[in-house]
Write a protein that binds this ligand. Structure first.
Ligand SMILES: NC(=O)c1ccc[n+]([C@@H]2O[C@H](COP(=O)([O-])OP(=O)(O)OC[C@H]3O[C@@H](n4cnc5c(N)ncnc54)[C@H](OP(=O)(O)O)[C@@H]3O)[C@@H](O)[C@H]2O)c1
Length: 362
């Protein structure tokens, strides 16, 4: 009389109010559901002395999110990142190609997948490089920064970003004007925090004092930092961040793919050098660079890991680094790069060997 118990199901309501019963697998096929275990790892660090925690790895959308890339692949990369505890997604007005298209594509991914998770995400964008014709689409004027963020918000379909950066110093606009624009952006509610990118230590200190006088939550600096590029150790940025208790987020941690096994045996067809070549050119792969990559790869091999993993853990073991922004061309690279959070610490001997290979004393 009671028969078989009915299968437990979930109901969905479509746009014209039809209700359908679906089981969990069908549901997953219809819409993205984030992995329930995404916060199980110890994956966060405090950004300077602010209240904001950032995932140790962030995902950058500089490459492979423009109009020349597959939408399905970029959506899968964002899902893979978020499912594995990466909460921070880094954009800029000009990411593409075409400039602006990475924000448009990310806006679509947000709409398709992530709107229920918006409050679990940190989304950043920037302005500072050439974006539109004429004198108001570049550098650091108040006119450019405020108009650019309005455009970025429209492209992404957002009311606010979590972090808005000035992308690079402007030698001709008064620092007070650029910092005043950042202050107004925060007051208008269009960004929660501000950051500076590509500033050296002394200029960042000056900017920070102006932002403090406006009570603006300036919490983070975004600069290139990797085993090959030690600029922030030399230009005062790293030391000033330590003193002022500001966060550091590193970009191009794998030197755009050079600090991986990618180019050990030639230039693969699906690599950044072959497919893009705007910023990483074949001419970067000199014999000298290749011999350094080989020596670093040998060291990583002795540690029992991939070079990419060693290069990321070199950054992650530095406590001054809040987060490391990885780029990726496929979801599998994100999975591989997450393993760096579990790497054993590089010993002093290994660190010295890395320095000797890349020749840091010059
Ligand atoms: N503020 C600034 O001025 C600025 C400047 C540059 C970048 N950024 C930010 O930093 C982010 C990251 O920069 P980036 O893309 O240069 O970072 P990256 O991590 O140094 O390079 C990413 C590239 O390395 C290769 N790769 C990644 N993981 C790999 C793995 N496990 N094995 C083999 N190859 C791997 C992929 O290249 P293939 O395509 O060859 O597979 C990938 O596209 C950008 O998206 C952007 O958000 C900011």
């Amino acid at each position: 009389m009671y028969g078989e118990p009915k299968k437990v199901c979930t109901w969905i309501i479509d746009e014209v109010n039809n209700a359908y019963a679906v089981d969990k697998q069908d549901w997953r096929d219809l819409m993205y559901l984030a992995d329930e275990k995404r916060y199980e790892k110890d994956g966060f660090r405090r950004c300077g002395d602010s209240g904001l925690l950032l995932s140790k790895l962030s995902l950058g959308l500089w490459h492979n999110f423009g109009d020349t890339s597959s939408y399905g692949n970029m959506k899968k990369m964002c899902e893979t990142a978020f499912d594995n505890g990466i909460t921070h997604f880094d954009l800029a007005n000009n990411y593409g190609p075409e400039p602006g298209s990475a924000e448009i594509n990310f806006g679509k991914i947000l709409k398709d997948d992530f709107m229920p998770y918006r409050d679990e995400m940190i989304i950043s964008t920037k302005a500072g490089y050439d974006m539109w014709p004429g004198p108001y689409g570049n550098w650091g004027s108040r006119k450019y920064l405020i108009a650019s963020l309005d455009q970025s918000l429209k492209r992404m379909g957002l009311d606010y970003v979590d972090i808005f950066y000035h992308h690079r110093p402007d030698p001709e606009t008064p620092l007070e004007e650029t910092m005043g624009a950042l202050a107004q952006i925060v007051r208008s509610g269009k960004a929660l925090y501000v950051g500076l990118s590509n500033y050296p230590g002394d200029l960042m200190k000056e900017a920070s004092a102006i932002l403090d006088s406006y009570h603006v939550p300036f919490i983070i600096n975004q600069n290139r930092y990797n085993i090959f590029d030690r600029t922030i150790e030399k230009n005062g940025l790293k030391e000033t961040c330590r003193i002022l208790k500001k966060g550091i987020i590193c970009f191009s941690p794998l030197a755009q793919g050079l600090l991986t096994g990618r180019y050990l045996n030639g230039i693969p067809e699906d690599s950044r050098i072959s497919r893009d070549g705007r910023f990483l050119k074949e001419s970067s792969l000199t014999d000298e660079v290749l011999s350094k990559i080989r020596a670093l790869n040998d060291l990583a091999g002795r540690r029992g890991e991939e070079l990419s993993r060693m290069a990321l853990s070199w950054l992650l073991q530095d406590e001054l680094i809040t987060s490391v922004i990885i780029g990726a061309s496929k979801p599998e690279q994100i999975i591989e790069n997450l393993k760096a959070m579990e790497s054993s610490k590089l010993t002093d001997i290994e660190l010295a060997e890395i320095d000797a290979i890349v020749g840091t004393e010059e």
